[in-house]
Design a binder for this molecule. Structure first.
Ligand code: ADP
Length: 540
């Protein structure tokens, strides 16, 4: 027997309708790509999103067509997302940091029809345009006055384009499992793979993000959405902020410490989210200027391991609650957040700060477990590490236009991360499975060694890779980029590490480089480093 509840499909535009009706006066504030700060309300944003949908329909875009965006976080980008999805088309977010061949591959693989592009990225697409056979039109996210002289075929200024229609448009009706958005992973190995979110998964994920023990947004909040909309579904923020009725502040192209600080201060931001590199920039700026963060209450750090010193700086020096999060594009992307819980309230401050170094625990709607090489579950003892598997309504089961399911026989998704889970449910990533260092039959966690090394004065960035060793199979090599002007040497770094990591984890050598290579999403390219140092000989 079925229940007698209404059939109310979970569609992304229902979030915008709710936000605009109940929090219509709430502001969206953007540092525009053209320069000045722009403001609009949630009610105006909805009206403009309806015009995007109507203008797209006039262009012949229909259910299931792919419409791409290559843009910073701005209110125009948010309008475009809702407009595309509300028509039943699929919003494909292009990461401008991908290499040209990867962009060429994903635009053609997705068969994008229309592309919305920010002024900054017009040259990127101009260089590729000959190869983008499926794209009919380029909408440049600016007004007529700032429209560049571009060689992109059928290019039009966004403001002129939506001015041709009014907002008298009804969102389309379709099944909640309809595809809403497409985001390719960065393809560290091989071609990028398309993660295809549905309306249902995006709505459930926004509700999940807004749980008090996850990001816990409330209508009183002012949220600075730094994590880019072109990476990993913007960590739900384009949906969770309007769902909560919070104020949304967007940095456009201004990701440096000074620009971020200016928005945190002038817009009285209470909560924000970004990867560690962005926070390093802000912390440096605060230290140089002596400025404080009087309004900020919560900062979410994820996408890469949060260095312990960052946790201490935010919590102790600036009195801001730091929430360490883990996830991946394939998980929409939230997997875990490290909020304290009832059982941790008895811990002293030091122990709580230590616990925050772990990646955290799962909210309702994410299941996770750690298994050994044979797929057998490993106990939650906080020590035994294995392959981290996940499950849930916002977790991928396959990739766009790749036939094979990516799940295990019993329906779990292998994250490719190596982790342990403790008795309280806190998970700790120790490595990517392809990066673990197997020494004498045991695993050395490169992340732990890197975390310890970046605490050493004079070290700007650290990467640890495993290299072949005649006796131990593999041993760690520590690769360091120094702070500007620092002359820290190998002996000083090793002396600093002594006592902070297990003796047998001590790197066999330390080398210094000018730059550590990164992927398009800011992760250290260990494969590249392994290539670079393949002939390196340990001195012991
Ligand atoms: P990409 O496109 O670069 O693969 P993802 O965001 O999907 O981008 O990458 C997900 C991976 O990033 C995770 O599987 C994990 O290895 C790493 N990661 C994310 N958050 C953390 C974190 N807090 N600590 C350590 N690693 C993390």
């Amino acid at each position: 027997m079925l229940g007698l509840m209404q059939d109310y499909p979970l569609l992304t535009h229902t979030i915008l309708d709710h936000g605009a009706l109940n929090h219509g006066e709430r502001e969206l504030v953007t540092r525009s790509v053209e320069g000045p700060i722009r403001r609009c309300t949630l009610a105006e944003l909805r009206s403009r999103a309806l015009r995007v949908a109507k203008a797209l329909e006039r262009e012949g875009v229909k259910l299931g067509d792919r419409v791409a965006t290559m843009a910073w976080n701005t209110e125009r980008h948010v309008e475009t997302w809702y407009g595309v999805m509300g028509l039943g088309a699929i919003c494909h977010t292009l990461n401008p940091r991908l290499f040209a061949e990867q962009l060429d591959y994903i635009i053609n693989h997705a068969e994008d029809d229309i592309v919305f592009v920010d002024l900054t990225f017009v040259p990127v697409l101009e260089a590729l345009k000959q190869r983008l056979g499926t794209v009919r039109k380029y909408v440049v996210l600016t007004d007529g006055a700032h429209m560049p002289n571009t060689s992109l075929p059928n290019a039009v200024a966004y403001e002129d384009w939506i001015a041709e229609v009014d907002d008298d448009f009804s969102w389309k009706h379709f099944d909640e499992n309809t595809a809403a958005a497409l985001c390719y992973t960065s393809g560290t190995t091989g071609n990028p793979k398309g993660v295809l979110y549905s309306h249902r998964s995006n709505v459930l994920h926004a509700l999940m993000a807004n749980q008090p023990d996850v990001f816990g947004l409330r209508s009183e909040d002012s949220l600075l959405a730094i994590v880019p909309m072109f990476h990993a579904n913007a960590w739900a923020l384009a949906f969770s902020v309007p769902a909560a009725g919070a104020k949304m502040v967007m940095p456009g192209a201004g990701m440096d410490g000074a620009s971020i600080y200016e928005l945190l201060d002038s817009e009285r931001v209470t909560a924000t989210a970004a990867v560690p590199t962005v926070w390093l920039g802000l912390l440096q700026y605060l230290e140089q200027t002596g400025k404080k963060l009087p309004y900020l209450k919560r900062v979410v750090v994820g996408g890469a391991a949060c260095p312990p010193m960052m946790i201490r700086k935010f919590e102790l020096d600036y009195d801001v609650e730091l929430i360490h999060g883990w996830g991946m594009t394939e998980m929409s992307p939230i997997g875990t957040t490290g909020n304290m819980k009832h059982a941790t309230s008895i811990l002293d401050r030091e122990a709580q700060l230590k616990l925050k170094e772990k990646q955290g625990r799962t909210p309702y709607l994410v299941e996770m477990k750690v298994v050994d090489d044979d797929g057998k579950e490993i106990p939650r003892d906080g020590k035994s590490a294995g392959h981290l598997l996940v499950k849930g309504p916002c977790v991928s089961k396959g990739y766009y236009r790749l036939e094979d399911s990516v799940l295990t026989a019993d329906g779990w998704f292998d994250t490719g991360d190596i982790a342990n889970i403790d008795e309280l449910g806190f998970m700790q990533i120790t490595d990517r499975d392809k990066d673990v260092i197997k020494s004498g039959g045991e695993w050395i966690s490169s992340i732990d060694v890197e975390n310890a090394a970046v605490g050493c004065p004079g070290v700007a960035e650290a990467a640890v890779i495993g290299l072949p060793h005649p006796k131990w199979t593999e041993r760690p090599l520590l690769i360091i980029k120094r702070d500007d002007g620092s002359a820290v040497d190998a002996d000083e770094v090793l002396a600093y590490l002594d006592g902070k990591i297990a003796k047998w984890w001590m790197p066999n050598d330390v080398v210094f480089v000018d730059e550590i290579p990164h992927t398009a999403t800011g992760k250290i390219q260990k494969m590249e480093l392994r290539k670079q140092f393949k002939d390196f000989q340990f001195s012991n």
